[in-house]
Write a protein of this length. Structure first.
Length: 397
């Protein structure tokens, strides 16, 4: 029941969604593949909005700051009544909750309040379901526990768990906190997000870096996102070339190629930033992609055997984006859009499970159509038609 890009036809029984913090469109891509019609997306980053609109021209994209956007205004803009919306999805910025920023986290960062701000939209829109995704560390924080309590008080059953996107067909180790809430039910009636669900299992087989990169054969040679960087400084190039293939790390580097800062890290904490200047393994999933996912000095982002970092297209595929996905912006912006995204395959699993649960709850009255399991094929069998854009500015990498 995949929705073609650009489709505008409306169905009274087709599930609908609003995508808050939409970014480049990972959630929307997965939801559309599950047969959900996304009505609107909200994000404050102008480049991400351009990427989103290029891939989802039928969706209304709003630039509003959620602290300033009045929920009832959003309801009126979309000509919705309270309770009409099927799913409200909200994947707030995670940087202040991430383990990467744990030592420098600022408790007064205004983005910390965005998680709780979502509940104001839940109260006004009263969707049938709410989906939230974030980093695992958020689960133990007061603001998340407060959010869960507030959602329950609004009449929703709530369940949340930490899942690994790799269990849902994403060729990447990515542990995420996912919350699902359903209106008018007890907590135990809310479905669990599991890869053995009948609608999810067909595409949830584990995919490796080798599986993902096998699809690159169909990508045109002039794809602007698949141009590898080769102009590394001489010392960096030597360092990359000295890393053993297929999972090698910087610990094997000779003394003259080791960085002083990394030596210090090893001495102070016993392991240091072990993934820095590391290679991916062919027959394993990729490490978690961050906003610097094509920068060798920021993680295990070297190609398994080639003396370079992964390309932007390779990163996008490891994040489970379709290979014809168009990205706007320069290198720094695109790798951030990829690193910040929810993998579409994970989003699709959530949408299939949630819409199936809602359909079952409303099977004795007006409801939504039941989702289909055969949406987009697995990542290793997709067809590709890569869109191309202007030349990238690589001076910032």
């Amino acid at each position: 029941m995949s929705v073609p890009r650009g489709a505008t036809a409306q169905s009274a029984n087709q599930p609908t969604a609003i995508d808050l913090f939409s970014g480049a469109g990972g959630v929307t891509t997965g939801f559309k593949d599950a047969g959900v019609r996304v009505l609107a997306a909200v994000d404050t980053d102008p480049v991400s909005r351009k990427t989103y609109s290029a891939n989802n021209p039928e969706v209304e994209v709003l630039a509003d700051d959620l602290f300033r956007l009045v929920p009832s205004t959003l309801l009126n803009r979309l000509n919705l009544r309270k309770g009409d919306l099927t799913i409200l999805t909200a994947c707030a910025p995670c940087q202040t909750f991430s383990s990467l920023s744990a030592k420098n986290r600022r408790s007064r960062d205004p983005r910390n309040k965005l998680v709780e701000r979502v509940v104001d939209f839940v109260e006004v829109l009263k969707p049938r379901a709410v989906v939230m995704e974030n980093v695992p560390l958020l689960a133990a924080q007061r603001r998340f526990l407060t959010t869960v309590r507030r959602v329950r008080k609004l009449g929703y059953g709530v369940r949340h768990a930490i899942v690994d996107a790799a269990d849902f067909g994403v060729p990447q180790r990515r542990r995420r906190l996912v919350l699902i809430a359903l209106r008018g039910v007890r907590d135990e009636a809310v479905p669990l997000l599991t890869s053995d669900h009948p609608l999810v299992a067909p595409f949830a087989s584990r995919q490796t870096v080798r599986d993902a990169f096998a699809t690159l054969k169909a990508i045109p040679a002039d794809d602007r996102l698949h141009r590898p960087r080769t102009n590394y400084p001489e010392l960096v190039a030597r360092r990359i070339a000295a890393i053993p293939p297929d999972g090698g790390s910087r610990y094997t580097l000779p003394a003259d190629l080791q960085l002083k800062c990394h030596k210090k890290l090893v001495k102070t904490d016993g392991h240091g930033s072990g993934n820095v200047y590391g290679r991916m393994k062919w027959d394993d999933v990729a490490p978690t992609l961050t906003t610097r996912c094509t920068t060798p000095a920021c993680g295990r982002y070297l190609h398994p055997e080639k003396n370079r970092a992964i390309t932007l297209r390779e990163a996008a595929i490891l994040q489970a984006f379709p290979a014809d996905y168009h990205f706007e912006g320069g290198v720094m912006s695109i790798q951030a859009q990829i690193g910040n995204a929810v993998p579409p395959l994970l989003a699709r699993a959530v949408a299939l499970i949630v819409t199936d649960a809602i359909a079952k709850l409303h099977s004795h009255g007006p409801g939504i159509s039941r989702p289909e399991a055969s949406c987009r094929p697995s990542i290793s069998t997709r067809s590709f038609a890569v869109s191309r854009g202007p030349t990238l500015d690589r001076s910032r990498v």
